[in-house]
Design a protein around this ligand. Structure first.
Ligand code: C2E
Ligand code: MG
Ligand code: MG
Length: 582
């Protein structure tokens, strides 16, 4: 993600926000601009934004991206507006923008781009407005640093606005000092635990009731917290709606103490005789090693707090090094995956499968491979899931389909190509036209393309999904149900979903020595064959298994006994050099 942020932590948070918003709205890309007019700067953008809009690709050494003048002017229309997508060099799709406000101060603009649709629908303007508001709220809650810098920049240019705040806000370095002092206090009975308490969606309270009401809410909560804390606790307000609490209570009593703080906050505050309900989230760091420095402890609390906010707020989340390390590792991998397509680190291997009746190769399945420049070869098991949860599978899957079709054009004779399609990809409204386009661009015949879908696709048993499958079938494309038997085994759906092939999961093949499994598999094969379906045995590793699946009357087999996935599919272009005699 391109953005000018103080540190990696903040960068990761904003990346997570973009991911959430693009997924929820199902749009291609998001950019945030610091202000409008000629001084406008692109402050942060999703990766897709930077690829779609090449104008902002050059980043003059560490400066924010300059916004092309016509875009800056377009942003000056302060209400939600559909912008002329031509101004962004987009032939298709739409651009829309909405102002982002923090405590009533205009801090920037959020811009949405989508290449696939001309507009979001009749209620789009309200939807976009809501997202801009939510974005501002999340930005403030999750990444206060950049939001405040943006707000400060906005105040600098727009003059002071709103109230200066309730009382003294402790700077972060003073908070660190406070932690150090508490830990060094010879009178302390127990080691020091840290809590960061942050009001949920405080921005929304300010927006709905005005900043004076927001101040009253904070004042009420401050009073309650102060009254509740004991001699073992200290408190500092470190941001408008965020408090640092240090406690030397016994470790065992900390969760209960934190819960009592949430209960206090939860009691509604009366503003102009109306009850306003307030919630908060607490990031808790239990007393640990005395070697951990104060700034690190503080970061740990922030990180736990952020997890709590992302999980929906109104909860206590304890710092857990293992989870946070994993989170960080996952977000790092996710960012790297974003770069992988662009820089050509992804490629496809092809695993042949044979027709058991002729013993010849019938086709091959395209399997993603990631040649990471530092981490070496990363298997799909380590990144497909990540690509799905982050939505990156859409771009990666489209790339894989297009690439596989182009490569398979050189294959000999009537070999078929199988491509895995994730549920997310399949459920895109324009998935059929993506397939049409990829087929047309490659010249590969639709009749030789098979799409492998899993049971998760079938779980959404809506008319659109079934209609989409029928349209694909009408084009000549075939449908295979992959990993059959692993998921929800939604047999009821099976009857309604048209398909040509079942790929029986390799767990069954692995277990064919068990009589029970063998009987079950035999029944599945018989049922498939009766319906005229092809049925592939997946993961056939040994000659014995190959013989067994032959005996069981499978139509096709795939697995190491036949061939590993091939990095170089030359064998597929030569006239069937791989013949199976087993
Ligand atoms: P899958 O579609 O079921 O692919 C078969 C997987 O089994 C492949 O793993 C393959 O290398 C492995 N395999 C093949 N023969 C044997 C065998 O005899 N024994 C064992 N133990 N394994 C065997 P791979 O390449 O790691 O891919 C894993 C999964 O990642 C795939 O499972 C598929 O669900 C997903 N995937 C791979 N490429 C793509 C893609 O382009 N798009 C999508 N959406 N998913 C993909
Ligand atoms: Mg597959
Ligand atoms: Mg499979």
């Amino acid at each position: 993600m391109g953005c000018v942020l103080a540190d990696d932590q903040e960068q990761r948070s904003v990346t997570a926000l973009f991911r959430l918003a693009t997924r929820q709205l199902d749009i291609s890309a998001i950019g945030v601009f610091s202000c409008s007019g000629p001084d406008s700067r692109l402050w942060a953008a999703s990766d897709a934004f930077l690829t779609i809009w090449p104008g902002c690709g050059d980043r003059p050494d560490g400066e924010n991206f300059p916004t092309p003048p016509h875009v800056g002017e377009a942003l000056e229309r302060t209400e939600v507006a559909k912008l002329d997508s031509g101004a962004f060099g987009l032939e298709n799709g739409f651009a829309a923008c909405s102002p982002v406000r923090h405590n009533g101060v205009l801090i920037g603009y959020i811009l949405f781009l989508d290449l696939r649709r001309r507009w979001l629908g009749p209620r789009a303007a309200q939807g976009i407005h809501d997202v801009a508001e939510l974005f501002a709220a999340l930005l403030v809650n999750v990444t206060p640093g950049p939001a405040q810098r943006l707000a400060a920049a906005a105040v600098d240019t727009a003059g002071p606005a709103g109230s200066p705040g309730l009382s003294h806000i402790t700077a972060h370095h003073d908070a660190h000092l406070m932690i150090r002092r508490a830990r060094a206090d010879p009178g302390a009975t127990n080691p020091v635990a840290l809590m960061l308490l942050d009001i949920d969606r405080f921005h929304a309270i300010n927006e709905a009731l005005g900043s004076a009401a927001g101040d009253e809410v904070i004042a009420a909560i401050v009073a309650r917290l102060e009254a509740h804390l004991g001699d073992d606790d200290r408190i500092a307000r470190i941001e408008a709606d965020r408090f640092l609490i240090l406690s030397t209570r016994l470790s065992e009593s900390l969760p209960q103490f934190a819960a009592s703080l949430l209960v206090l906050v939860n009691e509604s505050v009366r503003i102009a005789d109306q009850p306003v309900s307030v919630q908060a989230t607490i990031g808790l760091v239990a007393p640990g090693s005395a070697n951990t420095s104060a700034p690190v402890l503080f970061l740990q609390a922030e990180s736990a707090l952020r997890r709590g906010k992302l999980a929906g707020g109104n909860r206590i989340v304890t710092h857990e090094p293992a989870i946070e390390a994993l989170d960080q590792e996952q977000s790092r991998l996710e960012i790297e995956l974003g770069e992988a397509v662009a820089s050509g680190q992804l490629r496809l291997a092809y695993q042949p499968y044979i027709d058991l009746r002729t013993n010849r190769i019938a086709g091959a399945e395209a399997l993603l491979r990631w040649d990471h420049p530092h981490r070496g070869n990363i298997q799909p098991a380590s990144f497909i899931n990540l690509a799905e949860t982050s939505g990156q599978i859409l771009g990666i899957g489209a790339w894989a389909l297009g690439r596989a079709l182009k490569e398979a054009v050189d294959w000999s004779g009537d070999l078929n190509l199988s491509v895995n399609i994730s549920a997310l990809q399949f459920h895109q409204a324009d998935f059929v036209s993506q397939v049409d386009r990829a087929l047309a661009q490659s010249g590969f015949p639709a009749q030789r393309l098979e799409l492998e879908i899993t049971e998760t696709v079938l779980l959404r048993n809506d008319p659109e999904t079934i209609g989409q499958i029928r349209t694909l079938i009408a084009r000549g494309v075939r449908i295979a149900l992959d990993d059959f038997g692993t998921g929800y085994s939604a047999l009821a759906y099976l009857a309604r979903i048209p398909h040509h092939r079942i790929k029986l999961d390799r767990n069954f093949i692995n277990d064919l020595t068990s009589r029970h499994t063998r009987d079950l598999v035999s029944a599945i094969v018989r049922s498939a064959r009766t319906q005229g379906l092809a049925i592939t045995a997946e993961g056939v590793e040994t000659a014995e298994q190959l013989q067994a699946v032959r005996d069981l009357d499978f139509t096709h087999a795939q697995g190491w006994a036949i061939s590993q996935p091939l990095d170089n599919p030359a064998i597929l272009t030569g006239a069937r050099a791989l013949e199976i005699t087993a």
